[in-house]
Design a protein around this ligand. Structure first.
Ligand SMILES: Cc1cc2nc3c(=O)[nH]c(=O)nc-3n(C[C@H](O)[C@H](O)[C@H](O)COP(=O)(O)O)c2cc1C
Ligand code: SF4
Length: 411
């Protein structure tokens, strides 16, 4: 179903939804959100009604909550929140007001990347125009860097600490900012609330798949004619997504779905629907909302090595599986890329992916396993050419190491 037949968050206004929400009980609003099936747009797809309810329950028991609108755009190549705030700032602010009323918040924060200067100007101008907001909204900046967008790290940043993840539970809904109940929701998620309140849950459910309703902002990058931020209907097939960006340039090798921690799928997966559960079943995730068209000239071993070079720089390093795992995976991939690979590198990479996935403290390490698992599964020939034949299948890799990356534990 094309995005145009669903309601959209880009260039949208909510036409009195805040006033309508003020006349509706919090429980009723939560029930409406639940019927809509709205899932968090920040990447993981957590049911929004459950988070609203948990935060409201905690604030009823312990006092006022906070709302934090996550508009950080951790993936520098996927500026979704920036586009949204530039094109629909009022919608996000209306969503914050509705969420604040539902969870019992007296203060809200809109959390931005420090480089999002135009989005910041847009939202500050919108805030200056608004005189009826029941809850003050403070625009606040993160530190830069990928981990600045992770919810527990960003709560630390708001408390003047480094962007490092925290152990959960307790979840932010119960003990978040300054140990108060806190709703952390992406700006895009919040932008959907006024539309659901205005049009009702059924209208929201028109577009999408069984698992994922409504629309999703995505950034289409790579080998396409018009890269940029677009709004698609959940359920769009991966192979059709690039039409939104004017079509592909040349022949594709695959789709990198989900940003830096996202999996790379071969074009045989062109019919996989874009949705939380559908992507998970295919080995990747919505993540940062980036979908990159990878040209047939690219080597997937190089793609994986580049991803892990980035991840091993951006890890917050607080937990061992990710701090050590990202470095080891990056080093092994560089070795393979450099013609120094061995057959036993492959089971070792699989084992490291399992460790990242099973034992990491936050979504960064957990989801980064997708890069290893999908590239090894979907593009075995690229690995085989590098390891068995000592050649890059596309002739694009240049050696980056003179010696193998050995670890004490490697068989
Ligand atoms: C490394 C990392 C970076 C993240 N960056 C963002 C971000 O830029 N924006 C965002 O909304 N969520 C981001 N998230 C997800 C948040 O942790 C959190 O789940 C989300 O803000 C919750 O909002 P939602 O329920 O509306 O999805 C990131 C997660 C990880 C692991
Ligand atoms: S998984 Fe990585 S980014 Fe997340 S807490 Fe552990 S070290 Fe930090």
């Amino acid at each position: 179903m094309p995005a145009s037949s669903a309601f959209r968050v880009l260039d949208a206004t909510s036409d009195g939804a805040v006033a309508r929400a003020a006349r509706t009980s919090a429980d009723e609003i939560i029930a409406t959100v639940e019927r809509s099936g709205l899932r968090g747009r920040g990447g993981a797809g957590f049911p929004v009604a459950d988070k609203l309810r948990a935060t409201r329950t905690a604030s009823t028991l312990t006092g006022p909550a906070y709302v934090v609108a996550n508009a950080y755009d951790a993936d520098p190549s996927s500026p979704l929140s920036r586009a949204l705030l530039q094109r629909s700032p009022e919608l996000v602010l209306d969503g914050i007001q509705i969420a604040a009323r539902v969870v019992g918040a007296e203060q809200a924060y809109l959390y931005l990347h420090p480089e999002a200067t135009e989005a910041r100007a847009s939202v500050e101008a919108a805030l200056a125009r608004r005189t009826d907001d029941a809850v003050p909204v403070e625009v606040t900046l993160g530190p830069g860097g990928f981990m600045g967008g992770e919810e527990s790290a960003l709560l630390g940043v708001l408390e003047s600490r480094r962007a490092m993840a925290r152990q959960r539970p307790p979840w932010p809904a119960e003990q978040g900012l300054r140990l108060r109940p806190t709703l952390v929701s992406s700006a895009e998620t919040l932008a959907n609330l006024p539309l659901i309140v205005r049009d009702g849950p059924e209208a929201f459910r028109i577009a999408g798949t069984q698992s994922s309703r409504g629309t999703k902002l995505v950034t289409i990058t790579g080998a396409v004619k018009k890269p940029g931020v677009y709004e698609l209907a959940f359920g769009t097939a991966l192979g059709a997504i690039f039409d939104l960006a004017g079509g592909v340039t040349g022949t594709l090798k695959g789709y990198h779905v989900g940003g830096p921690t996202g999996g790379i799928l071969s074009t045989e997966r062109r019919l996989v629907q874009y949705g939380f559960d559908e992507l998970k079943a295919a080995g990747t995730h919505v993540g940062s909302g980036q979908i990159r068209a990878i040209p047939s000239t690219a080597c997937v071993v190089n793609e994986a090595a580049q991803a892990f070079a980035y991840l091993s720089r951006e890890t917050c390093a607080i937990c061992v599986p990710c701090r050590v795992g990202t470095k080891r995976v990056g080093g092994i991939l560089e070795g393979i890329q450099s013609g120094l690979g061995r057959d036993d590198d492959l089971p070792w990479l699989s084992e490291l992916a399992d460790h990242l996935h099973d034992f990491s403290l936050c979504g960064f390490g957990i989801t980064s396993a997708s890069v290893i698992r999908t590239t090894m599964k979907e593009f075995p020939d690229d690995y085989r050419a590098h390891i068995s034949e000592r050649r890059c299948p596309t002739g694009t890799c240049t050696p980056v190491r003179a010696r193998r990356y050995e670890t004490m534990a490697q068989p």
